[in-house]
Every structure is written in structure tokens, then in C-alpha cells.
Design a protein around this ligand. Sequence first.
Ligand code: SF4
Length: 233
Amino acid sequence: MPDATQTTAILPDPAPGAEYDQDCARCARLASFLAEVRGRNPGYFCRPVPPFGPAGARLVVVGLAPGMHGANASGRPFTGDHAGILLYATLHAHGFATQAEGARRDDGLALLDCRVTNAVKCLPPDNKPSPAEVRACNGYLAADLARLPDGGAVLALGRIAHDAALRAFGQKPARFAFAHGARHALGRGRALFDSYHCSRYNTNTRRLTAAMFDAVIAAAARHLREAGADDGR
Ligand code: SF4
């Protein structure tokens, strides 16, 4: 398995404005790890995982990176592993998804005015992308978040996603402290909401409960209503 501490070779920036490239292999360590995982699991997606949900949605959820047997296997963010159970159930409870379950890519789930993506589009070893890999992938996130309408909301799942989202908006992460339940103004009525990641570890240890997660998504939905974007949700 590639070592996160080794020097990470990063190729030049992707084309400006590109939101996704299914053949991207800028991060040598991740490209090599994906090839290794693909060899062991030929049925797995094993590519950069594209965002899910309509472009230009008013709520964008930013996770960390695809999970080995979740998004990396299914090809859809938060699909097929534990983290997606709470995420999609809660999005559905607040009117952002057509159904509460999202365990399979062909399950018919559609997102409503909501888009789900990751700060890093490729599976990292041990779920730990290097800082250079997070930076390398930030152009894709920035292109996606550039479509966020005025008054929109971004929900960052964990500190790495929080920092990546801020960088994507051209902000310095050090100026905005990550804290579960925090809300940060981004200008033009847009706001960044922070939550602990809905990972199995965080929910099993009750660092994040369903009620805590529900409260953050409720706050983001309230923000959209108060920004004059109420569609009856
Ligand atoms: S993590 Fe992002 S930048 Fe790196 S290879 Fe994957 S898609 Fe490309």
C-alpha cells in the first residue's frame, strides 16, 4: 500500500473550470492505489467519483473522500457504506432526497436541490488523503462550488472538507475555525455549515448522533428559507 508520508507527485492543474475528470490521475499515489484496489476488486468503480445531484443545487454537501467499499465500489458518493445511511436518511427527512435509502447506485435515489461530493475524488489509503492531494483536487471542488447560487449553503463533513470548501471559495481556512454546528458567512448570502463526519466511527462512538446531524441539516434548510429560497421545504 502506498505510504501517505512518501513524496506525493502531483501533476499540473486540471483544465480551469473542470468539475470532474473520470480519467484524472494527477495524484500518483492515489492513482497507483486505485490500480491496486481495482486488481483485487474488478467489479469496483475505482475511478475518481463524480458529484451526485443537480449542478447548481442550493445545498452542497462536501465529504472527505470515497470509502473503499462505499463510493469507490459503487461510483456514487456515500453509496454502499455506513456513512450514507445517516446522510441520505437525514437529507430525505428535510426534503433534499426522494427516498431515505441510498445503498446502491441503481436504487432510484434522486437529490432535490442538493448535490453531494467529496473534497478528494479518489479513494485514499486508510481514508487519509495527504494535504497535497487535497490541494490537487481543490480545483474540481472550486469549479463545482462556483455554481452555488447566492443564498446557498455548503455543508462540510469534517475539518478537511471544511478547509477544502473554504479554499475553493478563495478563503483562508485559518480565519474560520471548524466546529460542529458552526455557521460561517461566505458572502452573497451563502453560508458554510460544519458537522462532524457521519462516519461509522463517529456515530458508533456517539461523537455524532442522529439528532446532532439532523440539527445541522435543519439549520442549512432554514438558511435556504431565510435567504428567500423557500420552495415549501
Ligand atoms: S484525487 Fe482529485 S486530483 Fe487527485 S487524482 Fe483523484 S481526481 Fe485527480
